[in-house]
Design a protein around this ligand. Structure first.
Ligand SMILES: [Zn+2]
Length: 466
């Protein structure tokens, strides 16, 4: 809780100090930005009387149960003005993300999924400017109006909106409803898989996140309780793969799981642009691919949800992750031939698995393939692909390329120089490229006696082994 009363959206300065200082300390000491959980219904009855939902007798509809207070009426312009004014004040201090929650509503004769009988009491106020009683649509539109006004004034703020009728379960309004309109919300809530995220995965409930990603590109936000995760961080990676905006909590430095999750978070940072902004390719429920084709990057994330070790083998269309049709890739865990990719990953029980397994190698296959695509330079060369430049990184003179460590030479030139058809080395800087590790480009007959494992020759005569 950060506000003076939940639902008030007024920063609790007395307890937390000034908001400006709080935002500054988060940024300077932890490298974080500030997100706030914004409640619509409020725990106090002391606000302007015009903001509250009213029953047929004109009384405030009380909020009882998990919270106590008063339901608000989002169609009330008094509430809209008050909420916009208070949220704007927070945003001016540097808050960067707002999660809109607690705006459940229903009217008699509809089933909006709420079990709370009280919340079934509609707003009968004649002073709010809505139908009497207020319709579900008017309620939903009132919440969205606040979001619109906030977005117009603060276009950089990120907004997650829970279902504006059913709240956390996110299951009343169609998921696409009013997303993508100008100044609308950015993200959905991850279906409440926050309490025991590990059990939700093992029970199968949270597999719906995979289905969601097949259907929608609207980002999900979810914060998860890691206290029930295992030492392989299975739950962490499942939600990292299916929710583009992830919050975590539930473990402390003294907990057994702390170091494992700390390492997972470090790895998450390496992969974050892929997981948060990449294209999601669902091969099946246990094999997800995140790819940024324009950057030539991808990662495969596989899951073993069973209690015994298994080898996950799947094939998929290589072009679905940006691998050119004529490319040939043969690396441990992934083989690509004639446009078909075959993944084979051995996964311990109740664990995730990655391909590539090393964080620094995740870009390699795609960077190399990107080299073979026509570039502006190539067009000036009559459409012929520009040979990649390679730099030998062997410590001594290499038996095949004949070059010393650090020398850069186009491989075709190396062939002409009679120093063998194979190049072993590290990809050197070229136009728009930086680094990577090239294995061997070698025809089988040339490999004999070289001590280098031969590769297969693709139809295009090029072969890259990593
Ligand atoms: Zn009302």
């Amino acid at each position: 809780m950060w506000d003076i009363v939940e639902g008030s959206s007024v920063w609790d300065r007395e307890r937390l100090g000034s908001l400006d200082d709080f935002v500054r300390r988060l940024r300077d000491q932890l490298g974080l930005r500030l997100s706030l959980h914004v409640m619509s219904h409020t725990k106090t009855l002391d606000e302007d009387p015009a903001i509250y939902r009213r029953d047929q007798d004109g009384d405030i509809v009380l909020w009882r149960g998990l919270y106590t207070g008063g339901y608000i009426c989002p169609a009330s312009t008094t509430w809209q003005d008050l909420k916009v004014r208070r949220l704007s004040e927070l945003l001016r201090s540097g808050v960067s993300f707002l999660m809109f929650d607690f705006h459940d509503y229903t009217v008699e004769g509809t089933d909006a999924g709420t079990s709370d009988e009280i919340s079934r009491t509609a707003c009968w106020s004649k002073d709010h400017g809505h139908s009497v009683p207020m319709s579900i649509e008017e309620h939903s539109a009132g919440v969205l109006e606040v979001i619109h006004r906030i977005k117009r004034a603060h276009p950089d703020v990120l907004i997650e909106a829970h279902d504006r009728i059913a709240g956390g379960l996110q299951d009343y309004l169609p998921l696409y409803y009013e997303h993508g309109r100008p100044d609308s919300f950015d993200e959905h809530w991850g279906f409440e898989y926050m309490w025991n995220s590990y059990l939700d995965l093992l029970s199968g409930k949270a597999l719906s996140l995979y289905e969601y990603n097949l259907a929608y590109e609207i980002p999900l936000y979810l914060h998860i309780n890691l206290a029930f995760d295992n030492e392989n961080c299975l739950a962490f990676w499942w939600y990292a793969s299916t929710c583009r905006h992830l919050g975590i909590g539930g473990v402390r430095p003294s907990d057994e799981l702390w170091s494992a999750h700390r390492a997972a978070v470090e790895r998450y940072h390496e992969l974050k642009s892929l997981l948060a902004s990449g294209r999601f390719v669902g091969v099946d429920v246990d094999l997800h691919i995140h790819t940024l084709p324009n950057e030539g990057r991808a990662v495969l994330l596989a899951f073993n949800r069973s209690s015994s070790e298994r080898v996950l083998q799947r094939t998929f269309d290589a072009s679905s992750i940006g691998i050119p049709e004529n490319a040939v890739v043969e690396v441990e865990g992934l083989i690509v031939r004639e446009g078909v990719a075959a993944a084979s990953l051995s996964i311990p029980p109740l664990a995730p698995s990655f391909f590539p397994s090393s964080g620094t190698r995740i870009q390699l296959p795609y960077r190399l393939m990107a080299l073979r695509r026509a570039t502006t330079d190539d067009r000036h060369r009559g459409g012929r692909p520009r040979p990649p430049r390679v730099r030998c990184d062997r410590p001594r003179r290499h038996p095949l390329c004949g070059r010393r460590s650090g020398s850069a030479v186009p491989h075709r030139r190396a062939e002409r120089l009679g120093r063998g058809p194979g190049i072993h080395g590290r990809l050197a800087a070229g136009p728009g490229r930086s680094r990577g590790r090239v294995g061997v480009r070698l025809r089988p007959e040339a490999a004999r006696g070289s001590g280098v494992r031969p590769g297969r020759v693709s139809p295009g005569g090029e072969y890259w082994e990593f």
